[in-house]
Design a protein around this ligand. Sequence first.
Ligand SMILES: *Cc1c(COP(=O)(O)O)cnc(C)c1O
Length: 406
Amino acid sequence: MASSSLPSGVGPATRLVHGGTERSQFGETSEALFLTQGFVYETAEDAAARFAGEAEGFVYSRYGNPTVQMFQDRMALLEGAEAARATASGMAAVTAAMLACVKAGDHVVASKELFGGCRYVVEDLLPRFGVDATLVMGSDLAAWQAAVRPNTTAFFTETPANPTLALVDIAAVAEIAHSAGARLVVDNVFATALHQAPLKLGADVVVYSATKHIDGQGRCLGGVILSDQAWVKENLDTLLRQTGPALSPFNAWIMLKALETFPLRVRQQTETAARVADALARHAGIAKVIYPGRADHPQAEIAAKQMTGGGTLIAFEVKGGRDAAFAVSNALRVIKISNNLGDAKSLITHPASTTHQRLTDEQRAELEIGPGLLRLSIGLEDAEDVVADLTRALDSVSAKTSVSVG
Ligand SMILES: *Cc1c(COP(=O)(O)O)cnc(C)c1O
């Protein structure tokens, strides 16, 4: 295997096309898929040396694999991180990252506005092993500060948050975490690496569901954890090797190749999302639109400070509650109903009845997940087709409503 080093200072698109590539003796142009569990050694001495860490080389794909390695190296270049470790899913990444920060008797602080699985890990799973969790509203800096205990070792947050696109000031929360001696873990799925760099804002660990924009075409599950080399080596590597949430080399290969088009895709999806958000805001059937790229986002000043673009997701509330939200979803012909996001296909979901069904009415009310709220993930279709689809659906529902009211 040979890796060719890129000239220093090349741009992000160049890094995502060439970065991390290692060529076999065949000199293949496109990165190879090493679909293998194990590796053979020339001699027994060679095997012993590799196990002892005295010789370079792979030993078993649960520990490492050339294709997975290429994906990790390319992700580290994208994020500007010292080290990246791939996992089988985003939830495997979140779980491992949090487990690597705590032991029984420790305490974590997390925002309430979290992806369902993430909320389960901090709120239900960690406490079963003697790690208490305090959940706070992510925007309430005083609450983060007040939640700190002498045994607090980790903070966890997600911004923009699913599904309401509420924002958390990463630099401010990082400062509180660090003054408490805790590490800040940020789930950066919604913003993507294109629009937000948590490590540069002071976060210590970034996690992704690669299932979303990194694959970008709705095919494979995957996850990534990025941080500094020392923490990864000391706290994460043994945990990953011995518990086995390894990413399949096949999925790693899909993700590795998908990174080549990542900036093009996410930039286009963001451009379309901004147009769609503006069109929705003008429609009479809409009660409110929440998009981090719009000046009327409730926390626009945080978006301006830490994001370089509004991202590919829009939350909006239709007038008429759940019935209207269902009717609009059902009337769409280009946009598909799905709880996934970050796909090439535009996808819409009704959080209150799907992804956030598990929460109580009070919890949903606190997070402002109302019955009329819809979350829209913008894909790669022509922007005018997405706008037309939503306009047609909203018009048809508004027409029916005014007839029944009249
Ligand atoms: C999807 C998602 C996850 C979980 O990722 P999986 O790949 O589905 O396990 C975690 N956080 C956020 C914000 C997500 O959107």
